[in-house]
Design a protein around this ligand. Structure first.
Ligand code: KIV
Ligand code: ZN
Length: 546
């Protein structure tokens, strides 16, 4: 069994995270997230569940090619393993292999439930059949790929003695990583420690070269504690997601495990390969793309994680930072620099600051960023890092523009009907103009946009918040919409189909403009997803389906 002091970080934001209802990303966004995860130093990227749909397979394949086998790798150590999830059947394994095979380091991750509840009610299989299937399917995956991971789903509620047998068979058939999921977030840290300890001690065939992994869900708020308990017991891979997104209450969050291991290094004496200064940037990227807002008090990445409101805390902080801060905000990429740039700052200063924040832009991108920066500097006296991050997210981390906001005007107040006139540049380059009235200014804008794009959808969620303090602060809007066309995703475990939800993000000093941008952003994703799958049907079958 591998038992050194390095913990591999297996990120499943793009699989367990994205599969959770409401976190849909376009394939371009998935690719961007995968790139950022690789830059941050993640060891394994679980890029998706290829059997879910041809779109999902294609998204994993692109990540395997572009992130898992880049033409110019920065260094060999930086090329992450690309994993694809497969249920324990030949068809899923074939698709997972098809998707990941172009990666330099491909991995097939297959799973089958082992708890009495799942075997009886979900699989309708006897324990003996489960053992047999695991042995056959791990061996089948091994015929394609050297690196095979096996997970006994719902291990947290499985009989440990039965787990030893199943895992022993998986080792015999060639699995080199055994992932132990607490699928429903049921166990306590003590129980999970004992489970992992028992598996390491009693699984037949356990040896050096076999990695034990932990994968915890947060239903009782114990995912991070359970993951750390598993690591203390000897697990050397942690399966996590950015911001802890995932099924129901989510997965263990990457940032919590990584920062716990770093901040409490004397307790754990373990390392990860994560460049922690990238955490804040990747967290924002995932939040913007999924439309899932990070709660303000979320550990490490919440807006208040490093804010000190109470007078007594502020007083302590002024005397010495360590009085109330156990980590430095800079260590996770939250820069405390207040006054960064102003109206008179030049292009070079902007480039330098953006590079310090982890954004390396080419000349054309820098021109665009500089134009946005100047425009903002005319309206806002000081521009802090949070403003720059919002502008970058708004300008670059958004899907290909199908419709683009050209300009808009809104009248509202107590004296009349809120009315919006919106002009969008369409995919054909033509400007479309529409005026609409609504219950409020945002409603009026959204009605005008709907009338132009003519893609039926429902607004599920609308969030607005100010990025910094002050009356001239940038407003950031996040929306989530659902298409009315029956587009669905398939969940790997429950096999349920649920409607895809698209998130959108926009930032501007005018919150109605930010609201328009966020909505257009989400609608563009919906249109792109529809077009992508339509094109795929055309490519796969050579016919146009209406
Ligand atoms: O939670 C779970 O059991 C999973 C498995 C597929 C690893 O996500
Ligand atoms: Zn899971």
């Amino acid at each position: 069994m591998t038992n050194n002091n390095y913990v591999r970080i297996f990120d499943t934001t793009l699989r367990d995270g994205e599969q959770s209802p409401g976190a849909t990303m376009t394939s371009a966004e998935k690719l961007e997230v995968a790139r950022s995860l690789a830059m941050m130093g993640v060891d394994i990227i679980e890029a998706g569940f290829p059997a879910a749909s041809p779109d999902d397979l294609e998204a994993v394949r692109r990540i395997a090619v572009e992130v898992g086998n880049p033409a110019v790798p920065e260094s060999e150590a930086r090329v992450p393993i690309i994993a694809g999830l497969a249920r324990a059947n030949k068809s899923d394994i074939d698709k997972a292999w098809e998707a990941v095979q172009s990666a330099k380091h491909p991995r097939i991750h297959t799973f089958l439930a082992t708890s009495p509840i799942h075997m009886k009610h979900k699989l309708k299989m006897d324990p003996e059949e489960v053992v047999q299937r695991v042995s056959e399917m791990v061996a089948y995956a091994k015929t394609f790929c050297d690196d095979v991971e096996f997970s006994p789903e719902d291990a947290g509620r499985s009989d440990p003695e039965f787990l030893y047998v199943v895992l022993g068979e998986a080792i015999k058939s060639g699995a080199t990583t055994l992932n132990i999921p607490d699928t429903v977030g049921y166990t306590t840290p003590e129980e999970f420690y004992t489970l992992i300890d028992g598996i390491i001690k009693h699984t037949p065939g356990m040896r050096d070269g076999i990695t034990i992994s932990v994968h915890c869900h947060d239903d009782l708020g114990m995912a991070t504690a359970n993951t750390l308990a598993g690591i203390r017991a000897g697990a050397r891979q942690a399966e996590v997601t950015m911001n802890g997104i995932g099924e129901r209450a989510g997965n263990t969050s990457l940032e919590e495990v990584v920062m716990a291991l770093k901040t409490r290094h004397p307790v754990f004496d373990l390392e990860t390969g994560i460049q922690t200064k990238q955490i804040s940037r990747v967290s924002k990227l995932v939040s913007n793309y999924t439309g899932i807002v990070v709660q303000p008090n979320k550990a490490i990445v919440g807006a208040n994680a490093f804010a000190h409101e109470a007078g007594i805390h502020q007083d302590g902080m002024l005397k010495h930072q360590t009085t109330y801060e156990i980590m430095r905000p800079e260590d996770v990429g939250v820069n405390q620099t207040k006054l960064v740039l102003g109206k008179h700052s030049g292009r070079h200063a902007l480039r330098t600051r953006l590079a310090e924040l982890g954004h390396s832009l080419d000349e054309v991108e820098l021109d665009k960023a500089f134009a946005r920066f100047k425009e903002l500097a005319d309206r806002k006296k000081v521009i802090v890092d949070a403003d720059l991050e919002a502008v970058i997210a708004d300008e670059f981390y958004r899907p290909r523009d199908v419709y683009l906001l050209n300009d808009m005007q809104v009248t509202c107040g107590t004296m009349g009907m809120p009315t919006a006139t919106v002009r969008l540049r369409g995919p054909d380059g033509v400007i479309h103009t529409q005026a609409s009235v609504g219950t409020g200014p945002v409603d009026a804008v959204y009605k005008a946009v709907n009338a132009i794009v003519n893609v039926p959808c429902e607004l599920l969620e609308f969030n607005v918040h100010a990025i910094t303090e002050g009356i001239d602060a940038l407003g950031e809007v996040t929306v989530r919409i659902q298409g009315a066309n029956g587009h669905t995703s398939m969940d790997a475990q429950s096999e349920a189909h649920y409607p895809r939800v698209y998130g959108g993000h926009g930032a501007d000093t005018d919150i109605i403009v930010a609201s328009a941008k966020a909505y257009i952003n989400a609608v563009n994703k919906l249109i792109i997803a529809q077009t992508e799958s339509h094109e795929r049907v055309v490519n796969d079958f050579g016919v146009m389906l209406g």
